[in-house]
Design a protein around this ligand. Structure first.
Ligand code: ATP
Ligand code: ZN
Ligand code: ZN
Length: 859
């Protein structure tokens, strides 16, 4: 490995450990890649091998040879293991697989989120990368007859098998299956130097190979038919290099014609690796736009950032943040570096990736978990090549292994989809991005129209001069998990953030006026429809004016619950403590009730299961119900439903949005998913059917989230030449969130919200750790929760507070009972946290525990 980056502190410590131990017996802790094992094992290091943490090894494990990752050197073998029982590392399969800074990043994630390192590695690596390496046995030279005269039957058998095989080569596993006592037989043959044993590097997901044709002729083409000449001309016009299938298609030729050309020496046909990257739609090239004064200032400021400076780009909806990103990235690429752009959801990625592709062409690649394993694997390898490129991806792309990273951008940084709730590690991409920026020494840009309170407060710190400390230490744990090699307490960087603002929309277009409609008033005045008179009128005019609208509904499905008018019985999921939602399938098809938590479904009963009454009624409106009402009330309006039910298939987001952009519909009816980043100039009307569903959630972040969502939804209107208009229906028009959205008052809202957080010690003032426990046995989970809580109570030190144990808001989901304990840590204190290993040991095997650090979702 060259150019070891010495900023990776723990790695440096490890390297020192390595050199010191040269003279001593060398013990190595490794992570074994074997399904079901998460433990760390100690191995001996043979004198002839040099290993560094992060190398991929092959080690004996049980009767197998498996892949493993070197973690760290230790002075002593575990006390409960006698040194001669410890097995030796077999070989190094791949060196320097993880560059030091990347390795350090994974360690920080594991330490901060209290997860085993292997969990952090799994979230970062594409599936199948740590494939097992394979031990193979091969004959050496010619075997003279009779050399095996004194061999055991097993050795003779193996020899015979190998001789019969054309390559004289078999995998050890195969020999074991064919021959009894193969292990001994192979040892014997090795001793006699009749065979060699070698390691085949991990068989990774195979790259896809395809035949390519390359033109090699120099122009002296005499012996050609006109047909052959024609094919060569096509090939030349295509740049002299093209996939075989493509050329055959273009010339309508047969493979044999090309074979002839190859034999005559005019072309070379060879298998070449084809990268299975997600193929974007071809984009017309796009030139940089002339920046507005505010955009120019932002681009200049970002270009001048140094080291791992962090900046918050606070630009109102439609202020042209994307153009700022594009122009900030261009110089990075020309310096030969790469940029990483994180976006919240796949739903909004097509439009954004299209813009990037139009600007940077094939330098753009997309990386997210919805890619197939093959696509993910290829994109990953493409990144490792180190060519300057732009990677756009969701949360997990923060682990994209881009060498020479020059800039990280988080678009819509406030979005909660950057946080992973499960499985572990429960990381937040913004937090990981800060470490990544620090370790790679590159700037980080956080962009949003509605910045998170976390980012806002870090800007304020800068302005008030607080936070000049470089980084602030987190509470240390009593005992380190054995799986974290980072001996230092994890730190989170509280370095203050620069502030850049784009206060106006492009071309000084106004933000759309927000009309708040009091739905109580509507009912009083005799309107029982889900649409207010104002929204009805606006919908009515939409088509006549040739404009488009968006209806935002908080939920998918048809209705939130179904209940009996006679006895009040509510239909519930048998596996979860939630009501079933009604889903309308199609006219005439059986009506379906579905659970939004576990996806259980059943057909809608004719009669109440409790009292037999036929009067079952739907309550609450989801996207389907609204769509039905639109059909009934405005039959002429063409609409597209855009929610997780209609966008399940690959490419559906793009298809639906393209249809809408092509004006194949007047109205887009959808959930949260359409609130973000959508830039459609012809949309003038936004209707929020009922804001209340967002406001009254039992979560301390409900107000912040509601404000962000509603502001983002409203921001989709009036982005083109025609002015926009937002109609917001609610039963609580005086709610501070509604008021703030109406006035477009971000700052006043967050300042008031921050005061409340301070009063209650909630983040970003102070920190939270949520323990989620679940089990199919109600009493087991409850007892465990109690036991952990009392363990905590013995630990209580000033600065942290235990809330619970308490049953989760929805006690049972998919037949698992859920309890939780919330730890609240006061700001500016560094209390001693519990020993997580101890906490885990309090969980019996039938209770699972997830430690959610900085949880966003408390329900
Ligand atoms: N300098 C410019 N001149 C002309 N048009 C511009 C300029 N910058 C951006 N635009 C256009 O303005 C529109 C809005 O820009 P963009 O989508 O980047 O806004 P945004 O700030 O990301 O908004 P949101 O937060 O709502 O997603 C886009 O159609 C974009 O092409
Ligand atoms: Zn009933
Ligand atoms: Zn369910």
């Amino acid at each position: 490995m060259v150019g070891v980056n010495l900023t990776g502190r723990s790695v440096v410590a490890e390297l020192q450990g390595y050199y010191q131990s040269q003279t001593n017996q060398r013990w190595l802790e490794v992570l074994v890649d074997c399904p079901g094992t998460q433990e760390i094992y100690t191995y001996k290091l043979p004198a002839q091998l040099t290993v560094q943490p992060g190398d991929i090894l092959s080690v004996p494990f049980g009767a197998n040879q498996v892949g493993a990752i070197a973690l760290r050197f230790v002075e002593q073998p575990p006390v409960d293991l006698s040194p001669d029982k410890i097995r030796a590392v077999e070989d190094v399969v791949s060196r320097g697989f993880f560059p030091p800074a990347y390795w350090e990043l994974l360690n920080r994630v594991a330490a901060y989120y209290y997860t085993p390192l292997i969990a952090a590695i799994r979230v970062a690596l594409p599936p199948g990368l740590l494939g097992r390496s394979q031990r193979r046995i091969k004959l050496i030279g010619e075997i003279k007859p009779g050399v095996d005269a004194f061999c055991t039957p097993a050795a003779k058998e193996i020899l015979a098998l190998l001789q019969a095989q054309p390559n004289k080569d078999y995998s050890f596993v195969y020999l074991q299956r064919q021959v009894r006592n193969a292990y001994r037989g192979v040892r014997e043959l090795l001793r006699l130097s009749l065979v060699e044993s070698y390691l085949e590097p991990p068989r990774l997901t195979r790259p896809k190979l395809q035949k390519a044709v390359t033109l090699v002729s120099t122009g002296l083409e005499r012996d050609l038919t006109s047909r052959q000449q024609e094919i060569l001309d096509v090939l030349r016009r295509q740049g002299g290099d093209i996939w075989l299938s493509e050329l055959l298609r273009l010339c309508n030729a047969s493979p044999s014609t090309l074979k002839t050309l190859e034999q005559k020496g005019y072309v070379v046909i060879e298998e070449r690796e084809m990268l299975r990257q997600e193929q974007g739609v071809l984009q017309a090239a796009d030139a940089p736009k002339t920046l507005t004064a505010a955009q120019l200032q932002a681009v200049e400021a970002i270009t001048q950032l140094e080291g791992c400076d962090r900046v918050l780009l606070h630009g109102v909806t439609g202020s042209g943040k994307t153009e700022v990103y594009l122009q900030a990235i261009a110089p990075i690429l020309s310096q030969g570096k790469s940029a990483l752009v994180l976006v919240p959801e796949i739903g909004l990625t097509p439009q954004l990736t299209d813009r990037f592709r139009a600007r940077f062409g094939s330098k753009v690649c997309v990386y997210h978990s919805a890619l197939s394993d093959g696509e993910r694997y290829d994109t990953w390898r493409q990144m490792l090549l180190g060519e300057p490129q732009v990677v756009i991806g969701t949360r997990s792309a923060i682990f994209a292994p881009l060498p020479r990273l020059g800039l990280i951008i988080l678009d819509e940084e406030h979005d909660s989809s950057f946080k992973q709730d499960s499985p572990i590690p429960t990381y937040h991409a913004r937090t990981v991005a800060q470490w990544r920026a620090e370790l790679e020494n590159c700037p980080l840009v956080l962009g949003s129209a509605t910045p998170s309170l976390e980012s806002w407060i870090s800007v304020r710190k800068r302005e008030s001069g607080v936070g000049s400390r470089e980084s602030e230490e987190l509470p240390t744990t009593v005992n380190h998990q054995p799986s974290t090699i980072n001996r230092q307490p994890s730190t989170i960087n509280h370095q203050p953030t620069h502030y850049l603002s784009l206060p106006e929309r492009i071309q000084s277009r106004p933000l759309p006026p927000v009309e708040v409609v009091d739905m109580r008033q509507e009912i009083q005045e005799g309107n029982r429809s889900i649409f207010s008179r104002s929204l009805s009128e606006a919908l009515q005019q939409l088509q006549a004016r040739g404009q488009q609208g968006i209806l935002f509904i908080h939920r998918r499905g048809h209705s939130t619950f179904v209940s009996c008018r006679s006895c009040g019985y509510v239909l519930e999921c048998p596996a979860c403590d939630v009501s079933l939602s009604y889903h309308h399938v199609e006219e005439g098809a059986p009506q379906l009730l579905r659970c939004h938590y576990c996806n259980y479904s059943q057909s809608h009963p004719r009669n109440c299961p409790e009292c037999g009454s036929p009067y079952l009624k739907f309550f609450g409106s989801g996207t389907q119900r609204v769509a039905q009402e639109i059909t009934r009330l405005f039959p002429q309006l063409r609409f597209i439903r855009f929610d997780s039910d209609t966008t399940r298939t690959k490419g559906a987001h793009r298809t639906l949005l393209t249809q809408f952009a092509n004006r194949e519909a007047d109205l887009l009816i959808g959930t949260q998913m359409l609130t973000k980043g959508l830039d459609l100039p012809q949309v003038t009307l936004i209707g929020v059917v009922a804001a209340d569903g967002l406001l009254h959630l039992p979560d301390y972040r409900a107000a912040e989230r509601a404000f962000q969502t509603l502001t983002q939804v409203a921001g989709r209107a009036g982005r083109g030449d025609d002015p926009g208009r937002v109609i917001l229906q609610t039963y609580t028009p005086d709610h501070p969130v509604i008021q703030a959205v109406q006035q477009h008052e971000y700052e006043r809202f967050v300042e008031a919200e921050l005061q409340q957080r301070v009063a209650l010690n909630y983040p970003p003032h102070g920190r939270l750790i949520l323990l989620r426990l679940s089990s199919v046995e109600a009493s087991a989970v409850e007892n465990t929760a109690q036991a952990i809580a009392s363990y905590f109570n013995n630990y209580i030190t000033p600065g942290w507070e235990i809330l619970g144990p308490a049953p989760a808001n929805i006690l049972r989901v998919a037949n698992r009972y859920r309890w939780q304990i919330l730890l609240k840590i006061a700001p500016d204190l560094q209390p001693v946290l519990p020993d997580w290993q101890q906490v885990r040991s309090l969980c019996p095997h039938n209770v699972s525990l997830t430690i959610d650090v900085d949880p966003l979702n408390l329900m």
